[in-house]
Design a protein around this ligand. Structure first.
Ligand code: PEP
Length: 252
């Protein structure tokens, strides 16, 4: 059985005080959510304060990125995986489409970051997904397969099981335009099949694949009813404790 994950990506929002206040408000609202794992990803500056506040709770803390290097050194502006762990994180988002589009995170970089995260015992939440042009040209599955092949290059099946994938069609992120449960299911099934072919059946059946792209309290239940959707990566609707808790506590 794959335990669902509901993860909130706070992107470049919230000063430390606001992040801690939101985490504090969220804690009682999701305290009984045993049906899923709850993860929030504050900005780097707030990680430690939020993790301290959530200690002993059922909410995991994630970074939004990490350095591809595993040794400390002269890498100005980068944050190493063990520093992220030291701040209280268990997860890290890798290859978000905003990083791919704005900060040069290629699939090769994503591959190095996944290896770094696994090296430090962090759970990578690896984002993949096509643009609208790519979908309209009928290339969505091809694009996703290429991202998977390059991002997961030379990983073993047992390493792949430690990863969480997030299918996030770029055209659905922050646009209010959600993929239909059928569109999302189709791609999730394709991804699972791809994993079975490239790795093995156990990796494919154990791997959790989240959907991301304008998930809200109003559409989460329909998405979660799809057989191959194992949770959600939520941007905008995770910024308020109340709306994020309604997503976590979806009807199932
Ligand atoms: C995201 O940033 O990963 C995301 C899915 O954003 P939103 O929920 O706002 O579309």
């Amino acid at each position: 059985m794959r335990k669902p994950i509901i993860a909130g990506n706070w992107k470049m929002f919230k000063l430390i005080s606001d992040a801690v206040a939101t985490a504090t408000a969220l804690k009682p609202l999701v305290a009984n959510a045993n049906h899923c794992e709850v993860v929030i990803a504050p900005p780097f500056t707030a990680l430690k304060a939020v993790a301290d506040r959530l200690e002993g709770s059922n909410i995991h803390v994630s970074a939004q990125d990490l350095a591809p290097e595993i040794k400390h050194g002269a890498h100005t502006g980068e944050v190493c995986g063990d520093m992220i762990k030291d701040a209280g994180c268990s997860h890290v988002i890798i290859g978000h489409s905003e990083r791919r589009a704005m900060y040069g995170d290629t699939d090769a970089v994503v591959n190095r970051k996944i290896r770094a995260a696994l090296h430090f015992g962090l759970t990578p939440i690896v984002c993949i997904g096509e643009t609208l042009d790519e979908r309209d040209a009928g290339n969505a599955e091809k694009v996703v397969a290429t991202q998977l092949a390059q991002s997961l290059a030379e990983l073993t099946a047992s390493e792949v099981i430690r990863i969480v994938l997030a299918y996030e069609p770029v055209w659905a992120i922050g646009t209010g335009r959600t993929a239909t449960p059928e569109q999302a299911q189709q791609m999730h099934a394709f991804i699972r099949q791809w994993i079975a072919q490239q790795f093995d059946a156990t990796a494919a059946s154990d791997l959790r694949i989240l959907y991301g792209g304008s998930v809200k309290p109003e559409n989460i239940s329909d998405l979660m009813r799809a057989a191959d959707i194992d949770g959600a990566l939520v941007g905008g609707a995770s910024l308020e404790a109340e709306s994020f808790s309604r997503i976590v506590n979806y009807e199932w």
